[in-house]
Ligand binder design. Structure first.
Ligand code: ZN
Length: 754
């Protein structure tokens, strides 16, 4: 489970598709606003790279002074185009305006206005500067207001309604029907169909929700900042890793009170920040210290000026009202209206996973208690703050894998070769360096451009796309994490003379190469690379011709992580793939067999405990958004659910929901289940290869081509439930995920060990 990474991926995809607008209370317009070759709209400032009409976004020459004029010019153009479009549609108010005259101009509007802003947003995440931030903050409200106007345009909405209801609509290709449905749904959820008092109330609720969500995350931030503990005695922090001690000493220095603080001698400032809390609870030998941090953390943002208790109630009540105004029974119904999963499927998923995981979680608990007692006679009553600590000791004793020491086997250039090799072996995709073909995509000298090609097959066209890959950490200007951003969406319009090849960006934060030594990745970073590459391949190997649903565009929120998580399994479970690159960067010795065996066994460590935790959060999220009654105590509901799902109950004073930002300040409201949903589907997809025999080259080739034709090719242009059946030949089941997590029972060994 790597929620942070998936969060980043989703956030990046949403930013590119305009859904970032939703955070400011504006209806989502789910389209990539990208550049397209042959677009007929003239640019007045050809010398401004942000307005460059070329095939590739031109980052190379962008300067801060170009930004405001570019965005303003496009907003002005956009306002004229929108007015022209609305006048045209108003003149046809009793007619069905065909797709080409309604949706294609809308698409061009998205691209024309969205391109410079999309480029600025991207640069902000990889080459941030004060000047850039200033322009961005100044322009944001104008950009938001413009898209709000487009999203709430009644003539456009009415024309979409008529097209959707017309006799000829069923004759449109599925991709085009999905574009129209998505346009309609986004607008409906933005309240465009509401009239009179309902419309006024809806706008008020939307604004209130925007404010409440900001308030929630501010409270969490403030509560995190408000608590710290200065430790001067080295004995107190014994066991804490050097990396965390360095961060704590840096915090002491930054406070201004301890200018001479060092990682070795202190003082150390402990805080509730994840980079400190995690290492202390996992490694600190001092039981009292662990208890202190655990107790404060469990109650975070639940009292004083940063109390989120009331905020949660208001958010839930406002969401319920928002759903009612839009004609839904609950906010869960509203949220799931734009997702792949149906409500009953989510209930079944959580219930099935919970049932399977609980016996394993009970065993985990007993095992941990026994282990702790064997190490320390006084541990007769294992407390919450002892669990992480002894679990890590048990993990080390049992598997003995030190992830830092494994880095020498994963030099970045070798891993990339192995990854490209897998893309060729499975998907018949050729990835080759192409810096010279698109130098304008290189916003930094570390960025490498690749061309990805695939021959046509089974009636599908040959495809060509580009990847711009920015691999290394630059903490002074690049956002942490790893993500993929679609920059240009594939489009091919017969007869209109328009073709655009897709371009995707992969951003990671791997260690910089040092003194002739290549960047050495951890196994987790290798999996991250495969994960992001899966997203990127889905964007550049698309065969869809309609930009709003080609590549990553138009894929449902809970289906967007399937292709990426699928790629991770090749690192975790396919020995051939792992050993194609797992070689010592100096001696070229392969990863030792015994290390590999330990890594495989460690995959199942405490899987039951982790799964029950995920099921708990997913169930609480769904319950709160399905049946919330004004005035109910959300934390009490969470505790009730904990009794059913969890083996270890939260502390009596715990107020876990008060810092559950995913659902109260992120995009996961009635959507937390998505993590497990996409894991079920990706595991089930991978299991097709596993069942065919991972060493059966012929079968692997066949299945790889099929995966490319379905998952990678069809993207948002086809119902994701149908895409799954296209590939797998049946509906998904959770048995593969349970098997790969070691939760299927004694008689189900993991892949590759069959
Ligand atoms: Zn992802």
């Amino acid at each position: 489970m790597k929620p942070d990474r998936c969060w980043c991926c989703r956030a990046a995809v949403l930013l590119a598709t305009g859904l970032a607008l939703a955070t400011s209370g504006v209806s989502a317009v789910a389209h990539l606003r990208s550049g397209v070759r042959g677009v007929s709209l003239a640019t007045k400032q050809a010398s401004n790279p942000l307005l460059d009409p070329g095939q590739f976004p031109n980052f190379a020459g962008v300067k801060p002074e170009y930004m405001k004029p570019a965005v303003e010019e496009r907003l002005k153009d956009g306002a004229v185009q929108l007015k022209t479009m609305e006048d045209f549609l108003a003149s046809k108010e009793n007619e069905v305006v065909p797709y080409d005259e309604l949706v294609l101009p809308l698409e061009r509007l998205y691209e024309h206005v969205g391109k410079p802003w999309g480029m600025i947003s991207h640069l902000k995440s990889v080459r941030d500067t004060p000047a850039l931030r200033e322009v961005s903050a100044e322009m944001q409200p104008k950009v938001t207001a413009f898209w709000q106007g487009v999203s709430q345009s009644k003539p456009i909405y009415q024309a979409l309604v008529r097209l959707n209801a017309s006799a000829g609509f069923a004759e449109l290709p599925e991709a085009r029907r999905r574009v129209v449905h998505s346009e309609l749904l986004d607008r409906k959820l933005g309240g465009v169909a509401l009239q009179g008092e309902a419309a006024v109330e809806f706008n008020g609720v939307q604004q209130r929700l925007g404010t409440l969500s900001t308030e929630f995350s501010n409270h969490v931030l403030d509560a995190t900042k408000a608590w710290n503990l200065t430790v001067t005695d080295k004995h107190t922090v014994r066991g804490v890793p050097a990396r965390a001690l360095a961060a704590m000493a840096a915090a002491a220095k930054a406070s201004g009170e301890h200018p001479d603080a060092t990682a070795e001698k202190g003082p150390w400032v402990l805080s509730l920040d994840g980079t400190v809390l995690g290492p202390v609870l996992t490694y600190a030998e001092d039981r009292d210290l662990r208890e202190r941090l655990f107790r404060v953390s469990a109650k975070k943002a639940s009292s004083g000026p940063s109390d989120n208790t009331g905020t949660i109630g208001q958010i839930l009540a406002s969401r319920q009202r928002e759903a009612e105004l839009l004609g839904f029974g609950s906010f869960a119904d509203l949220s799931l209206a734009s997702k792949m999963a149906k409500k009953e499927e989510v209930h079944k998923l959580l219930s099935d996973l919970g049932t399977k995981a609980k016996p394993a979680a009970l065993r985990d608990d007993q095992e941990l208690r026994d282990f702790a007692k064997s190490k320390d006679q006084s541990m007769t009553d294992l407390k919450h703050w002892d669990r992480g600590f002894f679990a890590e000791k048990l993990r080390q004793e049992r598997y003995g894998v030190d992830s830092e020491k494994l880095r020498v086997y994963f030099p970045f250039p070798g891993v990339i070769e192995g990854l490209f090799g897998l893309a060729s072996r499975l998907f018949d995709a050729t990835v080759e360096p192409a810096d010279d073909a698109a130098p304008q995509l290189r916003w930094h000298e570390d960025v490498r451009v690749y061309r990805v090609r695939r021959a046509g097959f089974g009636g599908a066209p040959a495809t060509e796309g580009f990847l711009a890959f920015d691999p290394y950490v630059r903490s002074n200007e690049k956002r942490p994490g790893a993500w993929v951003q679609p920059l240009v969406a594939r489009r091919h319009l017969e007869g209109a003379g328009e073709t655009a090849d897709p371009v995707a960006v992969i951003v990671c934060n791997f260690p910089q190469p040092q003194g002739g030594q290549p960047s050495l990745l951890s196994l987790g970073e290798v999996e991250t690379l495969f994960h992001e590459f899966g997203h990127a391949l889905q964007h550049v190997l698309t065969v869809q011709n309609e930009a709003p649903v080609s590549g990553l565009n138009g894929i449902e929120w809970d289906a967007v992580e399937i292709a990426s998580q699928f790629m991770e399994y090749w690192v975790e479970l396919d020995r051939t793939t792992l050993y194609s690159f797992a070689k010592h960067y100096q001696t070229k010795e392969p990863l030792p067999d015994e290390t590999y065996a330990s890594l495989r066994k460690a995959m199942h460590f405490r899987a039951g405990t982790m799964m029950t935790g995920q099921v708990f959060m997913g169930t609480v999220d769904l319950r709160l958004h399905e049946k919330y009654q004004k005035g109910e105590d959300a934390n009490a509901i969470a505790k009730q659910i904990a009794k059913e799902v969890l083996v270890v109950q939260p502390l009596p004073e715990a107020r876990l929901l008060c810092s559950f930002s995913h659902i109260f300040a992120g995009g996961y409201a009635a959507g937390y289940y998505s993590y497990q949903w996409s894991k079920v589907l990706s595991a089930d997809a991978f299991s097709a290869f596993d069942e065919a025999g991972l060493d059966n080259a012929k079968k692997q080739t066949e299945l790889g081509r099929k995966f490319a034709a379905t998952y990678l090719g069809l993207g948002g242009g086809r119902d994701p439930a149908k895409v799954f059946v296209d590939f797998r030949g049946r509906s998904p089941t959770s048995s593969a995920l349970l098997r790969y997590s070691g939760l299927a029972g004694e008689d189900s060994p993991p892949a590759g060990l069959l």
